[in-house]
Structures are given as structure tokens and as C-alpha cells.
Design a protein around this ligand. Structure first.
Ligand SMILES: NC(=O)c1ccc[n+]([C@@H]2O[C@H](COP(=O)([O-])OP(=O)(O)OC[C@H]3O[C@@H](n4cnc5c(N)ncnc54)[C@H](O)[C@@H]3O)[C@@H](O)[C@H]2O)c1
Length: 427
């Protein structure tokens, strides 16, 4: 019997869309990317060349793609946060399963609507909570579920955003402004809320949060810093956020790909070419003179069922871009460091053991990007029609979004306690 491949249409050929297509291209016997849409014709052209997309399957927008007959089994919806809902609903109605970028929507009502319409049309929606598919968090989940450390009573988790990543994405870039995209605790940390709920295996009852944009504001600009980052600034060669440091000294990294509008990484760019683009790009602005409003640090406290407490810290002010976690149980504790790729378990009346989680997939969120594509292929395998559910279905993922939005509500109210049941009832 012929083995059928899963087919995927990529809607939004930016960094994420290009990344998933790259992952799919590594398992060509299982999945094929057959269509692409983006409002930037250059991105469509490069994407189509790289993945051999027929001209009739290239579109100038998701909206145009949705006017055509259904082109694939699944649509990878990788446009910006606030666009997802309006594109997801007609895509589901047209019969596409969805690989849906997070946040599914900044509006909890829209998240629930996506779940409802998916159910009505018997479609799967896999939300891109890629951390659940990493070897690191899978291993951690196995250890917690084994019961070795007893009941989890406290968790301390950190998301280290990285000073240059904050400057790129959350001060100069796409997610700098919560009105245009979504609050940072949702955009960046719905991943963390999701992973904490999954690891601990309990629901969240109450939330409180503090946080602010304390540093990336004009009052903090060094004397003489101009509106645009350039050698005219007295701090150009010492500022950790200068374009020289973030882009020009490493033109082969992904922030430079973003500046050059080349998510498929088709070309290599010289320092001079990137410098030229930065002269007019939003990424060429001084970090102290941007239209950013999202926080640069935020702490969230969660009270979970059974009295389990979680403290979560998100900070821009970190050298590395990583996550770490300390899980405290009634019989032992676990220290996990994603960057070092180590998980150490210490049993109070027992041994200490360190494991190095390994999986075949290394790139893209610690292997999570490839992991979610493999899982998608297994979930929607055209050769196997048995009933399956995704690890990160929209139904499961809504909780992380609600908790993140409740945390934002608390932060805006100066840290006021928000009870999740009350918050949900108020929506
Ligand atoms: N899962 C994760 O870990 C993760 C990481 C980063 C970003 N994200 C999320 O992924 C989404 C995309 O982020 P990105 O980094 O790829 O951004 P991006 O800006 O690189 O890509 C978005 C693309 O959508 C295109 N676009 C906009 N409107 C369109 C339309 N109407 N039709 C077709 N294309 C359109 C843009 O031209 C752009 O190429 C966002 O929602 C973001 O929050 C998720």
C-alpha cells in the first residue's frame, strides 16, 4: 500500500513559518510543504524556491490563500498574534487542521472560539507550545511523574530572555508594544505557564504579579544618545544594546536575518549590507527611544491545587537566553538547567543523579520545533485514522493563556490577587 505524506500550507512565511518548513524538509518521506502565503513577495519567492512550491500555490496573503480550494491537510498559521483568530476560523471551516502559533490569540474569548469551531468541524488545533516537545522538559516531566521526589510543593522557575533578545524583539521589534501584539507575559511566557501547569499536573487557582518596564525608557538614555543607534552616540562601542553589538558583530545570527527580511536564511549578508538596512529599519533605533510599552522584568506567583506554590521570574537582564527550574517535592528536589542541558535529582534519603536529556533534534527551541513537527505528523498521519489527541491541543493550551492574562491583570492592578475562577467568570 502506498504510504501517504501529510501536506502542509504555510501561512505567514516569517521566522516561524520558515522554521517549521525547514523542520518538515528534514523528514520528506512524512510531510511535504505544498503552499505558502505572505504579504512580503520576496519572502514568498525565497520560500517557494527553497521548498519547490508550485506558482499556483503561492499567495500574497493568508486571506487570498483561504479563497482558494483547500490546498493541504494542515495549515501552519504563523502570522502575528492579533491576526491568528480571524485567519484560524475560516481555515478551520475550510477543513484545515491547524498548527497554530502561540499566543493563539491575546483575547481569551477568541481562544475559546477557536476551540469551539475546531470541535464543530472535527479539526485538530495544535498550539505551538514547543517546550513540551523538547528532550529537556520531557525528561523532567518523566522524573516528576515517577513520584521519586514525592508531591511537588514549590517550584521556582526563571525565563532568562537575554539582554540582546529583549532589545531585538521586545524593545525594537515585533513584540515591543502590547497594543500592537500582546503583553509580554502572554507572548513570551504563555510557554512557561503552559510548561509549569503540565509539569506539576495541577490547575492554577490564584495569581499575583509585579513587573515593569524600568530600563528601556527615554529617562534611562545615556547622555547624548541620539534617536537612532549610530557612531554619533558616545556609547556606541560600549552599550550592550547597540546595533554594532546586537547585529553587526554577528551578521549570521537570526536577528540579522529578521533585519534583512530573510527568514529562510537564503543569503549571507555582509556587515555593510546589514548596516545599510539598519539606517532605516525599526531595528536601527536607540533602545531608549522606541515606542515600546512591554515590561522588561516580571514576577508571577501561582497558587495551584493542593497548595503548591510557584514563583516565576521573567527578566531581560540576563547574559544567556535560557530557562532554568528548581522543583521542590516532599521526598526530594530537582534542579534543571536548560542551557547546560542537565537535570539533577536529589532524593532526601537516597542518591543524587544527574541526567543529560538527549534527543535527535537539537536546533530550534532545544529540539522543540522539530519535536512538534514529528508529533504533528504522528497525530495527523494520513495512513492511520485512529483517534489521537495532541499534547498541546487548543483545549489544553487555553489555560496557559488565561493564567498569563490573569497575571497581566494583576500586574496592572499593582499585584492584586486574581482568582482564576472569578477571572474566567468575568470574561
Ligand atoms: N512558538 C514559539 O516559541 C514562538 C517563537 C517566536 C514567535 N512565535 C509566534 O509566532 C508568530 C510569528 O512570529 P515570527 O517570529 O515568525 O514573526 P515574523 O514577523 O517573522 O513572521 C510573520 C509573517 O507574517 C507575515 N504576514 C503578516 N500578515 C500576513 C497576511 N495577512 N498574510 C500572510 N502573511 C502575513 C509577515 O509578512 C511575516 O513574514 C507570532 O504570533 C509569534 O508570537 C512563537
Amino acid at each position: 500500500m502506498e504510504n501517504k505524506k501529510l501536506t502542509m500550507a504555510v501561512a505567514g512565511a516569517g521566522m516561524r513559518g520558515a522554521g517549521y518548513a525547514e523542520c518538515a524538509s528534514l523528514i520528506p518521506d512524512k510531510i511535504e510543504v505544498v503552499a505558502v502565503a505572505d504579504t512580503d513577495p520576496e519572502k514568498v519567492k525565497r520560500f517557494a524556491e527553497k521548498h519547490n512550491i508550485k506558482p499556483e500555490n503561492c499567495f500574497n496573503s493568508v486571506e487570498d490563500m483561504l479563497k482558494a480550494d483547500k490546498l493541504a491537510d494542515v495549515m501552519a498559521l504563523c502570522t502575528m498574534d492579533k491576526q491568528h483568530y480571524a485567519q484560524a476560523i475560516p481555515a478551520l471551516e475550510k477543513g484545515y487542521h491547524l498548527l497554530l502559533e502561540k499566543p493563539a490569540s491575546p483575547d481569551p474569548f477568541e481562544c475559546k472560539e477557536i476551540a469551539r469551531v475546531a470541535k464543530e468541524n472535527d479539526r485538530q488545533v495544535v498550539v505551538c507550545h514547543v517546550l513540551r516537545y523538547t528532550p529537556f522538559y520531557r525528561e523532567l516531566k518523566n522524573i516528576i511523574d515517577s513520584g521519586k521526589i514525592g508531591e511537588v510543593m514549590c517550584v521556582q522557575a526563571n525565563e532568562a530572555v537575554g539582554y540582546w533578545h529583549q532589545a531585538h524583539s521586545f524593545v525594537r521589534g515585533n513584540w515591543r508594544n502590547s497594543v500592537e501584539s500582546s503583553p509580554m507575559i502572554l507572548q513570551k511566557c504563555c510557554h512557561d505557564m503552559d510548561i509549569l501547569i503540565w509539569l506539576i499536573g495541577k490547575h492554577v487557582k490564584s495569581v499575583s504579579s509585579f513587573g515593569d518596564r524600568s530600563h528601556f525608557r527615554s529617562e534611562c538614555a545615556p547622555e547624548g544618545a541620539p534617536e537612532r543607534c549610530s557612531e554619533a552616540c558616545p556609547n556606541y562601542h560600549t552599550c550592550p544594546f547597540s546595533v554594532e553589538h546586537v547585529y553587526l558583530n554577528r551578521t549570521d545570527n537570526w536577528p540579522s536575518q529578521v533585519v534583512m527580511g530573510d527568514p529562510t536564511g537564503t543569503n549571507q549578508y555582509t556587515r555593510e549590507e546589514v548596516a545599510k538596512a539598519l539606517e532605516t529599519s525599526p531595528y536601527g533605533r536607540c533602545v531608549y527611544h522606541c515606542d515600546n510599552d512591554v515590561v522588561d522584568h516580571q514576577v508571577v506567583n501561582l497558587l495551584m491545587e493542593g497548595g503548591t506554590n510557584v514563583t516565576f521570574n521573567m527578566s531581560a537582564f540576563t547574559y544567556h537566553m535560557t530557562r532554568n527550574i528548581y522543583v521542590m517535592g516532599t521526598k526530594g528536589d530537582i534542579v534543571g538547567n536548560m542551557r547546560d542541558n542537565t537535570i539533577t535529582t536529589r532524593i532526601f534519603r537516597g542518591d543524587e543523579e544527574t541526567v543529560i536529556p538527549h534527543g535527535e533534534d537539537k536546533f530550534g527551541h532545544g529540539g522543540g520545533d522539530m519535536g512538534i513537527i514529528r508529533d504533528l505528523v504522528a497525530l495527523l498521519d494520513p495512513n492511520d485514522d485512529s483517534e489521537k489527541t495532541s499534547l498541546t491541543s487548543i483545549d489544553t493550551s487555553v489555560e496557559s493563556h488565561i493564567v498569563a492574562l490573569a497575571a497581566e491583570k494583576s500586574r496592572l492592578a499593582g499585584g492584586e490577587l486574581v482568582k482564576i475562577d472569578d477571572y474566567v467568570a468575568s470574561l
